[in-house]
Design a protein. Structure first.
Length: 245
């Protein structure tokens, strides 16, 4: 019986390793939150590609903005409701660059998904345009890696709509990389066609998608941990009895 158990565990482990070795995007739930791990970029994405809008719906615009501002008291930039909307009737998750940075800080303050290291994806290949021959193959080029490598996007075409993510916006997403030529601008990525450019951090409102370095681990619930320890204890007893026999 013990031998059978060992063989089953070994087979499951090999299968899991084999799956992860071939998967570039792995969906999973960590600490009650749906996430997607990228083995190409070695980052974890929020499964919700318009998370701020989902939180607006859940918490209400004013409550969420107040919570974000409270989590950014040390910021040198003065946040306001205008950073999180085009106008009072356009609250769909389109925010300023500073609003996006602040929202990432808010996610860290609440340890969203068990991580306190959320940020906007970065741009390493800082060349404007499509550049589909280089985008996605430069380390740290996280948005283009997602578009071109992992979701098999094609230049001049819309981001493929898959079940891997929810609420993808086929529009413009901020990156966390500021322009080296103009400190008032930051890079953004068009998921509508795979293009990237720079624009003013304050004058425009765009969508924001967040990543956390590496793969966020799941903290077992106390009752699940107790069951696991109990199971391992029983397995140990069985092994000990087998040896004595």
């Amino acid at each position: 019986m013990v031998s059978t158990i060992k063989q089953t565990i070994l087979a499951a482990s090999i299968a899991l390793i084999s799956f992860n070795a071939h998967a570039t995007l792995t969906s999973y739930n960590a600490n009650g939150v749906d996430l997607v791990y990228s083995s190409v970029s070695d980052v974890t994405w929020t499964k919700d590609a318009n998370l701020i809008y989902s939180m607006i719906v859940d918490q209400g615009f004013d409550n969420l903005v107040n919570n974000i501002i409270a989590a950014n008291q040390t910021s040198t930039y003065t946040l306001s409701a205008a950073d999180f909307e085009f106008n009072a009737i356009s609250r769909y998750g389109q925010i300023s660059w500073f609003g996006a940075i602040a929202f990432g800080n808010y996610l860290n303050s609440i340890s969203y998904g068990g991580s306190n290291d959320w940020r906007l994806p970065t741009v390493a290949n800082t060349n404007g345009g499509w550049n589909s021959t280089t985008n996605g193959v430069v380390a740290g080029d996280e948005m283009s890696e997602l578009f071109y490598q992992e979701l098999n996007g094609v230049a001049f075409q819309t981001l493929p709509d898959t079940t891997t993510f929810d609420n993808e916006q086929f529009d413009v997403y901020w990156s966390g990389t500021e322009s080296s030529a103009n400190s008032n601008e930051a890079w953004f990525f068009f998921t509508s066609d795979g293009n990237q450019q720079t624009l003013s951090k304050t004058n425009y409102r765009m969508y924001a998608w967040f990543v956390s370095p590496g793969q966020i681990t799941t903290v077992p619930e106390p009752e699940n941990l107790a069951m696991l320890l109990a199971g391992l204890g029983l397995l140990g007893v069985a092994v000990h009895r087998k040896k004595r026999a």
